[in-house]
Design a protein around this ligand. Structure first.
Ligand code: EPZ
Length: 431
């Protein structure tokens, strides 16, 4: 079993470059299904969720050519719909975007129930509601979600979402790009990755307006053409390193980012006592490591992202005073708090509300990652604790963070990845 071993208590200094955003790359890669021509996607993060999705498309007949670590050429002309394998599709949440993309091009889709992080109930009712508004019939069969449209092409309509959903908004866009007529998506998600999807599709000839606001209009077009496109930087990866330096103390510049996307994160770091200096495409965070307690209330963008809540919770264990954390998006995203408690953190959780009394002296512990961002929180807690911690379940972290160990070492952290002798033998044997 692979482990990350951290001897904490060292401030972080230096600068690191941020990768492309996993949660933007997933729908953009699926959007290539709508296109019979070739697309080249740059700034892809080489993380395991993306690798799984690319393998999935290839297994369905797409031509997937990895040009470099960060660039991939995709042609989906010969992709066969409804053939996604249970094994690959059920590993990642991003496979849910096959539903909108397959339905948008072929007027039918079949996808096993998607996987992804275990952070609470993750229904697909809003996705189904969108497909039905466009003329589809949706049902469950043999553990798969089936979407089909008898008249062979989706028909534009108004879709109103009762709740803001990133995934359902992306799927509604994917399903309506080639539809007959105009689709209006009301109460849409405004996340930067929704804008990225729309900008990519427009670069391929789609007609989408309003992305980044809560009303998105999609005027159906007959077909798309190929293009070359670069994925936006990962605001959550950047925010994770910013929270880490705030907790450990030091001075770190995160490069290759869009500071506008970081506003909620930057504001909360400043409120906690860190100094945040914003540049054109970079942000520098400086911290003495002496922070104060703050309140966090997770909201859809432009509010404070649920994907940053665990990392901030870990950071706030080292702040003086009390922090109130309210998790409004997912109903089980506090599981990692038990791990922080194992280190000696003073945390009380009541439903979706956690109270962290900071200032306790934490000690190293064997820690287990429950999900991607919880894993990042474990790393931050271990980095800021003057002791040794061993983190297991790092495959969860590697779903979304490229080379986290290498990047933190560049910043001066005492961190290493240890592969068990048995695993090492297995890797050597398969090489
Ligand atoms: C995306 O998940 C991200 N995943 C998540 O990233 C992120 O936490 C989340 O958006 C919120 O920002 C990917 O992009 C692959 P939602 P998604 O639909 O699309 C409810 C990470 O760590 N809902 O916006 O699944 C849902 O239960 C992760 O990278 C319905 O009720 O999230 C939740 O309460 C994990 N019915 C809320 O909406 C639906 O049909 C928002 O979920 C769909 C969602």
């Amino acid at each position: 079993m692979e482990q990350i071993i951290i001897n904490g208590g060292h401030p972080l200094y230096g600068s690191i470059s941020i990768n492309g955003m996993k949660n933007a790359a997933l729908p953009v890669i699926c959007a290539c299904i709508l296109n019979e021509e070739t697309c080249i996607i740059d700034n892809i993060p080489p993380v395991s969720d993306i690798e799984t999705l690319l393998d999935l498309l290839a297994s369905m007949g797409a031509n997937v050519n990895r040009l470099t670590k960060n660039s991939v050429e995709i042609n989906c002309k010969n992709l066969v719909p409804c053939t996604s394998s249970n094994e690959l599709a059920s590993k990642i949440r991003g496979s849910s975007y096959l539903l909108g993309a397959e339905f948008g091009r072929f007027a039918r889709s079949s996808v096993p129930h998607p996987g992804g992080c275990s952070i609470g109930t993750r229904p697909l009712d809003l996705h189904m509601k969108a497909f039905e508004a466009l003329g589809a019939h949706c049902y469950h069969k043999n553990g798969r979600l089936e979407v089909e449209c008898e008249n062979g092409r989706a028909v534009g309509n108004t879709i109103y979402f009762d709740k803001v959903s990133v995934g359902a908004t992306a799927n509604a866009i994917l399903a309506s790009v080639l539809a007959d007529g105009m689709t209006v998506i009301d109460n849409a998600a405004r996340e930067p990755h929704i804008v990225d999807l729309a900008v990519f599709l427009n670069a391929c000839g789609a007609n989408i307006t309003g992305a980044g606001t809560s009303v998105i209009k999609v005027k159906g077009v007959e077909k798309l053409h190929g293009c070359r496109y670069s994925i936006i930087p990962d605001m959550i990866e950047a925010g994770t390193y910013m929270a880490a330096v705030a907790a450990t103390g030091g001075k770190v510049t995160v490069r290759n980012i869009i500071p506008k996307h970081m506003e909620a994160i930057s504001a909360k770091l400043e409120e906690a006592g860190a100094t945040v200096i914003v540049g054109d495409d970079h942000i520098t965070v400086e911290s003495t490591g002496k922070l104060k307690g703050i309140s966090i209330n997770t909201q859809p963008y432009p509010g404070f992202a649920t994907d940053m809540q665990p990392q901030f919770s870990a950071m706030l264990c080292f702040a003086e005073g009390t922090s109130d954390i309210v998790e409004n998006i997912f109903n089980s995203r506090f599981q990692f708090m038990d791990e922080l408690s194992k280190m000696g953190a003073d945390i009380k959780v009541d439903s979706n509300h956690a109270v962290i009394r900071g200032g306790a002296t934490l000690s190293g512990a064997p820690l287990i990652c429950h999900d991607l961002r919880a894993g990042a929180a474990m790393v931050i807690a271990a980095l800021a604790t003057k002791d040794t911690s061993v983190i297991e379940g790092i495959d969860k972290i590697e779903r979304g963070y490229y080379n986290i160990v290498g990047k933190l070492r560049e910043l001066g952290a005492d961190i290493q990845k240890k592969v068990s002798a048995a695993d090492e033998q297995r890797y050597t044997a398969t090489r």
